[in-house]
Design a protein around this ligand. Structure first.
Ligand code: GLN
Length: 493
């Protein structure tokens, strides 16, 4: 019998519908894979019963001849940033340890309604702040990949590092991610899987623990472009409970997938040829350009002149919003409460926040509070918001000349855990290619492009105009078909 854990979303759904195997068999296979992969630390909690119950419901529906949903029988991993009713939701922070929401996030509910089940809550960087998964209170995730040259434990990327590790290690066929400045794309690139951040507003933020609300977007992480399209259709849609939700119908992206790019123009932003970018990344970018030409696209040189200001602007806007969003964790309403003997209310707030937040979260709150303070607001926050407008205009101008933009996802491949831990700026530089699309609210995807000389995955990024997910997915498909990426990590866990 086929190893069910090798199957992706579409293969599982279609196999269940055709009766090749039952949803229960699939859930059991992945539950066992999760249980056997504890060394990766990809999950904060496993929820095998949730996966089994959803599978049994799908099998029963099939038996009764009922219509099956687009994710029917697919057990997925849920980033532990999505509120799941009655299941601990922590954002990988001590301050939320033990918090069991009384409600379900819109995105997770939509996935359950589409027939998916939950394997567990996936580890992440604390409050989604980080690029290596080392800021989690529950310990770092270890990438299933190893370099040919050393046995060092590698970063799965962040913040959706539990998601990327689980999907690439075949312990989940797909997982949810969230992307504020690159947290779907960068981990996808580091682990050889696909991930798409849709246009800001496509997926409801309701029930997702907020980091930077004007940037946060949910999206799928899976092993193929088509699997991402199927899952994104299930996740997206208008939600009156999120005031920034797009009131637009969800297109049938899957049905319109088409890798024929004849007549399409692909822009290559010259400012992304940055110093410090790994030679092999630049080579894979050139390869990507050749692949898109082969798919019929015309390649044009474009300029995004404010690119170099994107990273500093992001690291002002995101912490500013975080400092405001995280004010709610005060020891009164959720999770942890640290109430020293004889302490007053202020002392309780301070003690709870001191004990509950990790160092990176505290760093962001301090930066954010500083840039929003009366004396510095104009110099930092207002200035960063102006830069954000300029970056959006850069993209608007560029999309007058091309349908999509091709760039690397990250400046390097995955790095050893611990390498950048003492140097926040080096860590932030990981996001240099991903934050511009985030600031502009644009759809952007990472697709595996191949392995570097150390045997580690590299990703290519496609950015589209607002609402242009179809063009992004189509260019992604053209790359996927030509890259023929089938590599997977050798099991050592
Ligand atoms: N690495 C970026 C940060 O630390 C992006 C995080 C994210 O997209 N959630 O802010």
């Amino acid at each position: 019998m086929t190893d069910l854990t090798q199957l992706g979303v579409k293969a599982i759904r279609d196999g269940v519908a055709a009766g090749d195997f039952t949803a229960k068999e699939v859930a059991e296979a992945f539950n066992a894979a999760v249980a056997g992969a504890a060394q990766l630390n990809a999950f904060i909690v496993a929820t095998p019963d949730h996966a089994l119950a959803a599978a049994e419901a799908v099998d029963a529906a099939r038996g009764a001849g009922d219509d099956l949903g687009p994710m029917a029988g697919v057990p997925i991993g849920m980033k532990d940033l999505f509120a799941t009713k009655g299941v601990q939701t922590t954002a990988a922070s001590h301050i939320l340890e033990g918090f069991e929401p009384q409600y379900e996030s819109t995105v997770s509910q939509k996935l359950w309604d589409a027939g998916a089940g939950m394997l567990g809550k996936l580890n992440l960087d604390q409050f989604a702040m980080g690029s290596s998964n080392e800021t989690s209170y529950f310990g770092n995730v270890i990438s299933p990949w190893k370099s040919k040259d050393s046995n060092a434990a590698l970063a799965p990327g962040g913040s959706s590092g539990g998601s990327s590790a689980a999907v690439s290690a075949r312990i989940a066929p797909a997982a949810t991610g969230t992307d504020t400045g690159g947290s779907i794309r960068q981990p996808a690139a580091f682990t050889g899987i696909c991930g798409i951040k849709p246009t800001y507003g496509r997926c409801s933020r309701w029930g997702i623990v907020a980091f930077a609300s004007s940037l946060d977007q949910a999206g799928p992480m899976a092993r193929s472009v088509e699997d991402c399209a199927i899952m994104l259709e299930a996740m997206a849609g208008f939600d009156p409970k999120d005031s920034t939700s797009l009131d637009l119908p969800v297109p049938n992206w899957t049905a319109s997938l088409d890798a024929d790019l004849r007549g399409k123009k692909v822009g290559i932003p010259r400012e992304y040829r940055m110093e410090g970018t790994d030679e092999e990344i630049l080579k894979s970018w050139d390869q990507g350009i050749a692949w898109l030409k082969d798919a019929g696209a015309e390649v044009v040189d474009i300029s995004l002149p404010h690119t170099k200001y994107a990273l500093p602007a992001y690291y002002i806007v995101a912490p500013a919003e975080a400092s405001s969003n995280l004010a709610r964790y005060d020891g009164v309403r959720y999770g942890l409460r640290d109430l020293p003997d004889g302490a007053g209310l202020q002392d309780m707030y301070a003690a709870t926040r001191a004990a509950g937040f990790g160092d990176e979260v505290k760093r962001r709150i301090l930066i954010g509070t500083y840039v929003l303070s009366a004396g510095f607001y104009d110099a930092y926050y207002t200035q960063a918001m102006k830069v954000r407008t300029l970056i959006r205009q850069d993209f608007d101008n560029a999309f007058g000349e091309c349908e999509v933009i091709l760039a690397p996802t990250t400046p390097t491949a995955s790095f050893p855990l611990g390498d950048k831990l003492d140097d926040p700026l080096a860590m932030y530089l990981n996001d240099v290619f991903s934050v511009p699309a985030s600031l502009a609210g644009l759809p952007a995807m990472s697709v595996p492009a191949g392995l570097n000389s150390a045997g580690l995955p590299l990703g290519l990024q496609i950015v589209g105009p607002a609402f242009g997910e179809q063009a992004v997915l189509n260019a992604g498909l053209a790359i996927e078909q030509r890259a023929g990426f089938t590599a997977q990590p050798e099991k050592w866990w």
